[in-house]
Design a protein around this ligand. Structure first.
Ligand code: AMP
Ligand code: GLY
Length: 429
């Protein structure tokens, strides 16, 4: 059996690792992949965004399954093109991926379906957007509607900041096409959860909830990044909370997408805010999250390949289950010097030896002309440690991430600190 994985980051390395663990004889092809994935299979030099190139590769290789990692190819219609070519693909159509690629579409859909989310309105006119920010009052959130690689959300503490954010998007075009339509949104307070569900459009298989750490610096300070770490499970995500999210968020959203003529199959990711009024949707993504995937998959005892094949083949998920270990996983991202603004590429890296409970997923690496492993992106590695306790997983993840040799590397040694504090509270300390 053959699987083609589209993408070349830590998420795709973790997917390749898990699928091959599920079926050791599985032949992995990745486009473009990375040196970590190359240890598991073959990497084809085709960019994830090159729809025609990926379709050509898949037509030649005839994989039993294509898994699309990043959002950009989904928004560009890669899943549709592959399905038209008769290739089984795990990932939503372009129309269904609008749940991520247009925040205005997602908001309107949630409002119609009665899915709990922050109040918001969409604007293309700066003066009207500024009036809306004043009505909501600070703090207020300004969002570029389109895909902006995680940078299109500005949480504004003051109205002056909101005005500046609106001007940068609508007047100065700083976010390009993604920011020509904005949402001005009510600020929500609470803990955030990333909850993924594998779905065939009707049946929902929720995965273990995780928490992402988006800020660059320890204590959740500093600029937003693509994610500096994650951990799972999260004690806030009780079985009741997850069941509630399935009933009140996932099922109505999938129903609404189907009714809109855009049935969703693949991975639906709900970013939830646990507010005093219950869980509310911050955003949807149409794909596995990064770095949450690197934390979650090492805890999945049952097969991932089975459900992904069931969705991709159109057989559906009826009768499929997921089973999790009772261990804890902590993922620490090792980022390049200069990340997130100007990550330094081409710096040499050297990895320490690790035990079987530690996974060093490659996120932004390449081999230089002499075959030396070097940095090629902002997030260079995602280091996941699995242990019986959160504390042990945190310590080992931070230790191994710290032992990676890379000049000017950046990492947070406090991944999972919120959960650790909750645990401390629960034991009465
Ligand atoms: P998003 O890209 O939509 O996930 O937003 C990035 C981050 O901005 C989220 O993870 C939240 O921390 C924050 N955020 C987005 N929307 C809101 C909101 N309405 N209230 C508070 N924080 C928000
Ligand atoms: N971890 C956030 C994302 O994948 O969008």
């Amino acid at each position: 059996m053959k699987a083609l994985i589209v993408g070349g980051g830590g998420r795709e390395h973790a997917l390749a690792w898990k699928l091959q663990k599920d079926q050791p004889s599985l032949e992995i092809i990745a486009a473009p992949g990375n040196p970590g994935i190359a240890a598991l299979g073959r990497c084809a030099p085709v960019s994830a965004d090159d729809v025609a190139g990926i379709v050509q590769l898949a037509t030649k290789e005839q994989p039993d399954l294509v898994v699309i990692g990043p959002e950009a190819p989904l928004a560009a219609g890669l899943a549709d093109a592959l399905r038209s070519a008769g290739i089984p693909v795990f990932g939503p159509s372009r129309a269904a991926a609008r749940i991520e690629s247009s925040k205005a579409f997602a908001k309107a859909l949630m409002r119609e379906a009665g899915v709990p989310t922050a109040r918001a309105a969409r604007f293309v006119d700066a003066a009207a957007a500024k009036r809306s920010a004043r009505e909501l009052g600070a703090p207020v959130v300004v969002k570029a509607s389109g895909l902006a690689a995680g940078k299109g959300v500005l949480v504004c503490e003051t109205i002056a900041q909101a005005d500046a954010a609106i001007d940068s998007m609508l007047t100065n075009d700083s976010f390009g096409a993604a920011g020509r339509e904005v949402l001005v949104e009510e600020f929500m307070e609470g803990d955030e959860l990333s909850l993924f569900a594998i779905t065939d459009g009707t049946t929902v298989l929720p995965m273990l909830a995780a928490q992402d750490h988006k800020r660059l610096l320890e204590g959740d300070r500093g600029p937003n990044t693509g994610g500096m770490g994650a951990y799972a499970p999260v004690s806030l995500a009780s079985a009741d909370l997850v069941a509630d999210a399935v009933d009140r968020v996932f099922v109505p959203t999938l129903d609404a997408l189907r009714t809109a003529g855009a049935p969703f199959s693949g991975l639906l990711y709900a970013g939830l805010m646990l507010t005093p009024q219950g869980p509310k949707v911050v955003e949807f993504n149409a794909r596995f999250g990064d770095p949450e995937t690197e934390a979650i998959l090492p805890l999945l005892e049952s097969s991932l390949l089975g459900p992904l094949l069931a969705v991709a083949s159109g057989r559906g998920l009826a009768g499929q289950h997921l089973r999790w270990t009772s261990s804890h996983a902590v993922t620490t991202v090792v980022a390049a010097a200069g990340y997130p603004d100007k990550p330094r590429k081409g710096n040499a890296v050297k990895l320490p030896p690790v035990d079987a409970n530690v996974h060093i997923f490659h996120a932004g690496t390449a081999l230089d002309a002499s075959g030396q492993l070097v940095t090629s992106g902002g997030r260079v590695f995602a280091v996941t440690a699995v242990a019986p306790t959160l504390e042990a997983a945190r310590a080992e993840s931070a230790r191994v991430a710290g032992a990676i040799e890379l000049e000017g590397k950046q990492l947070r040694r406090d991944i999972g600190w919120r959960e650790q504090e909750r645990g401390a509270g629960a034991s009465g300390n």
